[in-house]
Write a protein that binds this ligand. Structure first.
Ligand SMILES: [Zn+2]
Length: 227
């Protein structure tokens, strides 16, 4: 009888643990398995992570964390793909159409980022101001942040901005104004375009935009290949 009870409890725990979100050492709830992810979509369809390139085929991807060309100098993603929550991608689609009329297009550097990658960034980063603290997680982990710039559709080249992507320089701050006027104009055009469609630029990175309402989405830790 005692063995039966143990067996029952073990089976119950295995089922419950695999179906529910697990809490990490910081007490954060993190969706880290497909069952919990599917349940979250059933409860709220907006939770679905949409592959950006599939929804917006004209968009350019330059997924630096799938290469060694990033501040970590190592490959962090096995696949060069970009995902974001459904409402985020819907807005990006509108932005892309609006930019196209002016001869521009979006180029995505990063979007949804599994939580484990945020932990690795924090351990390695020289300047912790530029990486999210794992105790809170990143809005990228919620599928609600995008790193991007604008390209000129005629040349296919990046529109000149204050710094390269992922620069830890003070010039990366959106309010840094000791720059050539043409550069300020480009940066402010990007920021105002994004902000008129539900995004907010972060205080120290001109390329990073949080989607308004990010608080309503859980942190996630599922790699791209499992989505
Ligand atoms: Zn970012």
């Amino acid at each position: 009888m005692k063995n039966l009870i143990v067996l029952f409890l073990t089976a119950f725990c295995l089922t419950a643990c695999s179906q529910n979100n697990t809490q990490n050492p910081f007490g954060l709830t993190i969706i880290n398995n497909k069952v919990a992810y599917k349940k979250s979509i059933e409860a709220k369809p907006e939770n679905e992570l949409i592959e950006i390139k599939e929804a917006i085929p004209t968009i350019t991807l330059d997924i630096r964390y799938a290469t060694k060309n990033n501040f970590m100098k190592q490959v962090m993603y096995k696949q060069p793909r970009a995902f974001a929550r459904k409402p985020v991608v819907e807005q990006l689609k509108i932005i892309q159409a609006e930019l196209a009329k002016k001869g521009y297009g979006l180029k995505i550097f990063d979007a949804y980022r599994p939580y484990a990658v945020t932990v690795a960034f924090y351990e390695k980063a020289s300047d912790k101001n530029f990486v999210a603290n794992p105790a809170k997680g990143s809005k990228h982990n919620r599928g609600c942040a995008v790193d991007l710039t604008i390209i000129d559709l005629k040349t296919g080249k990046d529109v000149p901005m204050p710094t390269p992507y992922d620069s830890f320089a003070p010039e990366a701050a959106p309010h840094f104004n000791d720059l050539p006027p043409a550069i300020i104009k480009n940066r402010d055009f990007l920021i105002s375009t994004m902000q008129s469609h539900g995004f907010k630029v972060i205080y120290n990175e001109w390329w990073h935009f949080d989607f308004n309402g990010w608080q309503n989405y859980d942190l996630m830790d599922i790699p791209f290949q499992q989505l």
